[in-house]
Design a binder for this molecule. Structure first.
Ligand code: AMP
Ligand code: MG
Length: 349
């Protein structure tokens, strides 16, 4: 029901994998480390060295502006340093990303919160200082997490965190924004077909093969990561045209305690712990990569029931929920566009 119009516009499915017989000469993908991950860009017809270089410069610029960890100058670090002191002048694109983040914070009742920084630093997941903090430490960090205390002044071009100790963290949305920017540059360079993969955040530009002589365009085939297996192993495949496919999952960054419990990097601001709701991953499919990225975190933290209600309320957005009992649920608009390829998982319709 939800995305019938999008289905016509954005997705076309074919019954059998028919993508291998594609005639275009495969280009060489380019690879760089940025945004804390491996970024791969594959431009098909029309791709050239200048375009690759423009795309990676832009991705690196977004990394420098929006990372919370870089030793180099970052607007985010500047805002965090001036928390409780004074507003900081920042780049326009950061204002736009923060406004999007605030929109999803409000929409999710704070399950998604761009001021999650103090909690992320306290747990240190994926860093040398990762550990299970004490209750008092968690309470102290949580007291500094509140998106309502993030003040954006678009006219003045400034951002302010009202209380000292607050800290922005755009880890849940920056890669998505970088994906949209990379796709924009590719399209402006007249590239009709491209795959942009920023550490598993995928933007599929155009179609795997363009429509010709009355035949329909062939869709891209995108694997959905198996949260229980090594990177690259998939539970199933999605067929898409012009879409972003973004996953939030417990496997991305985590550590295992001495008791064998997994602690992952997606925090529930309601209690300060990694969200525990039976989900292993949530994949969002929608046109904008920024929105897909924000929604993947929103929905993971909200859990299946509320998360699905959010997705059902947004036109042209779809989701794949993978549960810890290996059940998989997809939203209606993906029926016919997603197929399980791993027997350990079952589609629960
Ligand atoms: P993603 O993989 O897009 O879901 O982003 C995960 C990253 O977002 C984490 O590594 C943190 O930097 C940040 N994060 C964790 N929990 C939240 C939350 N509840 N709201 C916003 N950002 C979060
Ligand atoms: Mg996200």
């Amino acid at each position: 029901m939800v995305i019938n119009t999008m289905l016509q516009k954005t997705f076309v499915v074919f019954c059998v994998p028919l993508l291998l017989a594609v005639c275009a000469k495969p280009p060489s993908p380019r690879l760089e480390l940025a945004l804390g991950t491996v970024c791969t860009v594959n431009l098909f017809e029309g791709g050239n060295a200048q375009l690759y270089s423009d795309i990676f410069s832009r991705i690196q610029e977004i990394d420098r502006t929006m990372t919370a960890f870089s030793e180099e100058f970052s607007d985010i670090i500047a805002i965090n340093k001036q928390a409780g002191i004074e507003p900081v002048q920042v780049r326009d694109d950061l204002i736009a990303v923060l406004e999007t983040a605030l929109y999803y914070a409000a929409l999710s009742g704070g399950a998604f919160d761009p001021t999650i920084g103090p909690l992320v630093t306290l747990w240190g997941i994926g860093t040398d200082s990762q550990r299970i903090p004490g209750d008092a430490e968690i309470a102290a960090a949580l007291a500094l997490v509140n998106w309502r205390d993030l003040v954006i002044d678009r006219e003045a071009g400034t951002v302010f965190l009202r209380r000292a100790g607050m800290a922005l963290d755009l880890g849940a949305i920056a890669k998505g924004y970088a994906g949209d920017e990379a796709a924009r540059i590719a399209r402006e360079g007249n590239v009709q077909r491209a795959i942009i993969d920023l550490g598993g955040n995928i933007v599929a530009v155009g179609s795997r093969e363009a429509a010709q002589n009355g035949t329909e365009a062939l869709p891209w085939r995108i694997g959905v990561q198996n949260p229980l297996d090594e990177r690259g192993a998939s539970i199933g495949v999605l067929w898409v045209h012009n879409a972003s496919v973004v996953t939030s999952g417990v496997y991305e960054r985590y550590f295992v305690s001495d008791e064998g419990k997994h602690y992952h990097h997606l925090f529930d601001p309601a209690n300060g712990y990694p969200a525990e709701n039976g989900l292993l991953s949530v994949t969002i499919v929608t046109e904008s990569s920024t929105i897909a990225d924000a929604l993947s975190t929103v929905v993971f933290v909200l859990g299946f029931e509320y998360g699905k209600a959010v997705i059902d309320s947004i036109p042209n957005a779809e989701a794949i929920f993978v549960f810890d009992d290996c059940r998989v649920i997809i939203t209606d608009g993906l029926i016919g566009f997603f197929m399980i390829t791993n027997d350990a998982f079952t589609l629960d319709l």
